[in-house]
Design a protein around this ligand. Structure first.
Ligand code: ADP
Length: 404
């Protein structure tokens, strides 16, 4: 048995999961937040004397390196590992891999080709890629002899055909600046589509699956024979369906109109589309679907509208992917909202009745965060909730690439 650390480093946080492989068992998980601020937050969940425990402390975490050191020391102190040598590989989520990374890969040192390429691609994901590199370097410093693997959100979508990934903009934008659709959430779409084929007991090569990853960030993918043929996110995660705080697709001219009225810069307006739109912008409460649901239940028109707009746009994508796939075996819901928000799933599935989709409302209403078939036997397309597991995909790739 080998222990693998799956890491998702952000600009001020590091999420982690320590997994026992190949059993794929989670031994510990948690997050370090508020790195670089006066007081950090370190949350860790693990099994202590046979019981699940969650502990929270407030250490000072000046940089990611101190965060990683603290994490590894606490694994020893809490007896989660007896020796750090038990950790034989580290996998890092990286949001943007561009066209360069067609697969996950071993990282060749803190200043090697891989790190430099990830930094070069930071133009396409400024908030994420630089933070990932800080996280990767922090782990390399503390665990210098352990293989580290980069797992990209974009590689699963690299199988899209030109007709699906190209924008109808001047061709030079693509050749000079790499302007095209890259997608995101790839590890989730891959995990869920593979798991769905297993649930259906069908060879993956013979499946046509639409995955709806509906979290705070949300995207939809069309997966044919285990390969992605289209996805709703674009150059960045801003494109596609309305999300917690992101607008999804809009006419870019809106930016010019608002800029004229408010004197705002382009980057301020893009920030508004990323951070202040979606459920938050439409509903006027928060970006948390539970708060918007509470508003809708009170009869707040804007909250009701927010879910209607979101459901309509999700259905638009599903209908379009149904045609592009040439039919569909299964629609899968995953991530925070997909796994838990039964009223949204019902709204979506009812609108898909025209394609022969039929779900058992009672089963749907009782399904929260567990794997479950929602469709009735007569439904022409199966509908499932499949909880996502990006960390397992990361750990599997570490084992594959580092020969563990
Ligand atoms: P991300 O990983 O993009 O931050 P998540 O997959 O954690 O997002 O999903 C967050 C969203 O899921 C939030 O809008 C939250 O309200 C919603 N969500 C999470 N748990 C529940 C629940 N039990 N009931 C309803 N909505 C939930």
């Amino acid at each position: 048995m080998s222990k693998i650390m799956a890491v998702n480093a952000g600009s001020s946080s590091i999420k982690f999961q320590l997994l026992e492989m190949p059993a794929e068992e989670v031994i510990a998980s948690g997050v370090m937040e508020r790195i670089g601020l006066e007081q950090g937050i370190f949350t860790i969940k693990y099994i202590k004397n046979g019981e699940k425990v969650k502990e929270e402390t407030n250490p000072v975490l000046p940089t990611h390196a101190e965060g990683v050191e603290l994490l590894l020391n606490s694994l020893l102190e809490k007896n989660i590992v007896k020796d750090l040598k038990e950790i034989v590989g580290v996998g890092h989520r990286v949001v943007q891999g561009g066209e360069f990374f067609k697969d996950s890969c071993l990282i060749d040192g803190p200043d090697g080709v891989v790190i430099n390429k990830i930094l070069e691609l930071a133009d396409l994901a400024p908030l994420h890629n630089r933070a990932h590199v800080i996280g990767i370097r922090a782990f390399m410093k503390v665990l210098p002899d352990v293989p580290e693997v980069a797992v990209f959100d974009t590689t699963f979508h690299q199988t899209m055909e030109e007709e699906a990934y190209m924008y109808a903009t001047p061709y030079e934008w693509y050749t000079k600046y790499g302007i095209r659709k890259y997608g995101a959430h790839g590890t989730s779409h891959q995990y869920v589509s593979q798991r769905c084929a297993e649930i259906m007991n069908k060879p993956l090569e013979d499946t046509k699956i639409i995955v709806c990853h509906l979290g705070n960030g949300a995207s939809i993918s069309a997966v044919k024979g285990g390969k992605c043929i289209d996805t709703s996110m674009g150059l960045t995660p801003l494109e596609g369906i309305p999300m917690g705080t992101r607008s999804g697709n809009i006419d870019p001219t809106a930016l010019e109109v608002v800029a004229k009225h408010e004197g705002a810069s382009l980057s301020e307006l893009i920030n508004t589309l990323n951070k202040k739109s979606g459920l938050l912008g439409m509903g006027g409460r928060t970006n948390d679907a539970r708060d918007v649901t509470a508003g809708a239940n009170e009869g707040d028109h804007r909250c009701i509208m927010a879910f209607n707009v979101q459901a309509k746009r999700i259905v638009d994508y599903i209908a379009s992917y149904y045609v592009y796939l040439g039919g569909c075996d299964a629609i899968c819901f995953t991530a925070g909202m997909g796994e838990n928000l039964c009223h949204l799933r019902e709204k979506i599935c009812n609108r898909l009745g025209v394609l022969g989709v039929k779900i058992d409302t009672e089963v749907n209403n009782q399904t929260y965060g567990v794997e479950k078939e929602l469709s009735t036997p007569e439904s022409k397309i199966k509908v499932y909730v499949v909880p996502t597991n990006e960390e397992v995909m990361i750990a599997r790739d570490v084992c594959r690439l580092a020969n563990i």
